[in-house]
Ligand binder design. Structure first.
Ligand code: F6R
Length: 610
């Protein structure tokens, strides 16, 4: 989604802004721009397209000022264009604004401003803020911070804002509500950014702005305020992960790097939670006492995170005999869900910023539920607003297509399910120990899959030109199919559907024709016979079947033409391994088709609009 960077200090601002924006490219964008204070006024340069378009414009018209704000935009109000790109200037040109989020009441505000004679050059909600701020400032006492505060109080919706005013070139003003914003602390210089990687080359010391906080960022100091304009004393957050961790590290793409990083990520998720042969999830409020009381679990999330939740549902119901309800957050929040304070309410979000998931969390809290967040980003809004957090510790996930976040989210559900099953007496200590022993081997088994990916590369080379690919499976394999199918379509643009295998014959089988690829997930022994009946149904209609199954199973070879193998594990744990060949298959299909898997079209890493 959109990215914000701001800089004030002795360096040439555009150098720092462009570097920061480059580090935010992964968030997804379709245009970019910068505003720099120079020779007594604010100069704005912006361009539709990739950052290189902006770079060439800046080469033709270099800016030398030392304070500026920059932005990468992902269109919401108005198409991607130079005019709609940020920063936006107020009518007089004295105020420049960058904004992430959506101003919901922008239409009435715009009308009011137009009646007052303000002229709009873009279709954006952000330009409304620029003019409104100027209007408020011109009628105030000359205090720009107060004018920003008074203006944001008139906004409905979400915002992270960076403001530059030519009357006050010694500062940048920042404000946030429902959209992340940080302040980076340098030596004789300071920064603002929507995301930590933007400032990591320069500093590891940041302030994480909270809801309704504002900052006045000067070169030599930073002042934080609340909405009553009272100074706030904030703790500095020290970033512990390295710049390198946020870079590609020799891999062709972030996505490939992150697929390979999964064994490490899995170890980091598991090891802090295993103490003396037991899972200890007390850090996330999941004490034995608390788990004993759980009568129902409700899970909500979006996209890949919701598919991790689907695996979670099957595991919890199967192992614990506790009912689980799951829904995507965008539906959940609007269907007046039936919730009770006794429910264990779980939200899952890699970024911790997804607007619908956050809204679902707030709804659950408003209904008196205690919310547990499974998330990857420390200090994210969801992490801060949830009652308890189980961090996935996957490390920064840069590629838009989620990989290591999914596997680590699924591991979190496995730990919760096993612990809940033990506490509720649904499994014996012996069975628990057996599961634990196998569970701890999963990172090594993931590593083994990654040792030789050539067979998967060859399969992608064989099938990348397919127009439709179907994924079928039963039970946990069905939950996995949804993620495998999403991965394929989002980066290779091959149309794909995931189907419970038994459901095919109720309609979708009409689409099976000679040569069509059907990927069959074959890890669930209990339903294997049934699955093979479904495989035969498509084979007789000329489909080609690619099976994903255990390396020591010969059954797939008999019926299917191609296979991708994973090491043997307990069927309950199979999704976390079987997803890896599916991720690699999607990745290599995208490469074969000539697409950049890190920057899939129309997609953004962090979806902070509804
Ligand atoms: C797909 C993908 C998305 C996200 C979804 C939720 O690869 O990454 O489907 O899973 O947008 O994002 P988070 O987990 O950040 O809430």
């Amino acid at each position: 989604m959109c990215g914000i960077v701001g800089y004030i200090g002795p360096e040439r601002a555009t150098d720092i802004l462009m570097e920061g924006l480059t580090r935010l490219e992964y968030r997804g964008y379709d245009s970019a721009g910068v505003a720099v204070y120079e020779n007594g006024k604010i100069q704005v340069i912006k361009a539709r397209g990739r950052l290189d378009c902006l770079r060439s414009k800046l080469e033709g018209q270099p800016l030398y000022g030392h304070v500026g704000i920059g932005h990468t935009r992902w269109a919401t109000h108005g198409e991607p264009s130079d005019e709609n790109s940020h920063p936006h200037l107020s009518q007089s040109g004295r105020i420049a604004v960058v904004h992430n989020g959506i101003i919901e009441n922008y239409a009435p505000l715009r009308e009011k401003l137009m009646r007052k004679g303000y002229e709009f050059v873009s279709e954006t909600d952000t330009e409304v803020f620029a003019h409104l701020l100027e209007d408020t400032f011109s009628r105030g006492n000359g205090d720009i911070l107060k004018a920003v505060r008074d203006t944001v109080l008139k906004l409905e919706g979400a915002y992270a804002l960076g403001v530059l005013c030519s009357r006050f070139p010694d500062r940048i003003i920042a404000a946030r509500k429902d959209s992340p914003l940080i302040v980076g602390l340098g030596e004789g210089c300071n920064y603002i950014a929507s995301d930590i990687p933007a400032v990591l080359p320069y500093t590891r010391r940041v302030y994480l702005l909270e809801e309704g906080e504002m900052a006045q960022v000067f070169a030599d100091h930073v002042e934080i305020y609340d909405m009553d304009l009272q100074r706030v004393d904030k703790e500095v957050y020290e970033v512990t992960w390295s710049v390198d961790a946020a870079e590609r590290g020799g891999y062709a793409h972030f996505m490939l790097k992150e697929i390979y990083d999964q064994a490490r990520a899995m170890r980091d998720t598991i090891s802090p939670r295993v103490k003396e042969g037991r899972f200890n999830l007390a850090e996330a409020g999941l004490t034995d006492e608390m788990l004993e009381k759980v009568r129902r679990v409700v899970i909500t999330a979006c996209g890949t995170a919701s598919y991790a939740g689907q695996v979670g549902r099957s595991l919890i119901e199967k192992l614990c005999r506790v009912p689980v309800e799951i829904d995507v957050a965008s539906e959940f929040r609007y269907r007046d869900p039936i919730l009770s304070p006794e429910d264990l309410f779980i939200v899952v979000s890699q970024s911790g910023e997804t607007a619908d998931t956050l809204a679902a969390l707030r709804l659950a809290k408003a209904r008196g539920c205690k919310v547990l967040a499974i998330t990857n980003v420390v200090g994210s809004t969801i992490a801060r607003e949830a009652d308890n957090v189980l961090y996935t510790w996957a490390g920064p996930e840069i590629a838009v297509a989620s990989t290591k976040a999914y596997t680590t989210q699924v591991l979190c559900f496995m730990m919760i399910a096993l612990q809940l099953a033990l506490v509720k007496g649904r499994i014996t200590q012996e069975k628990y120990d057996e599961y634990m022993k196998e569970f701890l081997t999963l990172p090594d088994k993931a590593e083994k899959i990654l040792e030789d990916v050539t067979p998967i590369q060859k399969l992608a080379a064989r099938f990348f030109s397919q127009e439709d690919i179907f994924f079928i499976g039963r039970g946990l394999d069905n939950a996995l199919c949804m993620e495998a199918s999403l991965k394929l379509k989002e980066i290779s643009y091959i149309h794909s559907e995931a189907m419970p295998a038994g459901e095919l014959k109720h309609g979708t089988i009409a689409l099976i024709e000679p040569g069509r690829l059907v990927v069959a997930m074959c890890t669930q022994t209990a339903t294997m016979d049934k699955l093979f009946s479904n495989i035969r149904e498509v084979l007789t209609r000329g489909a080609v079947v690619l099976a994903v199954g255990y390396e020591d199973s010969t059954r797939e070879d008999e019926a299917t033409s191609y296979r991708m193998a994973i090491p043997r594990t307990d069927d309950l744990f199979a999704p976390v391994l079987a997803v890896i060949p599916a991720q690699l298959f999607a990745y290599y299909c995208a490469i074969q088709r000539g697409y950049d898997p890190d920057k899939p079209r129309n997609l953004a890493k962090s979806v902070t609009v509804e």
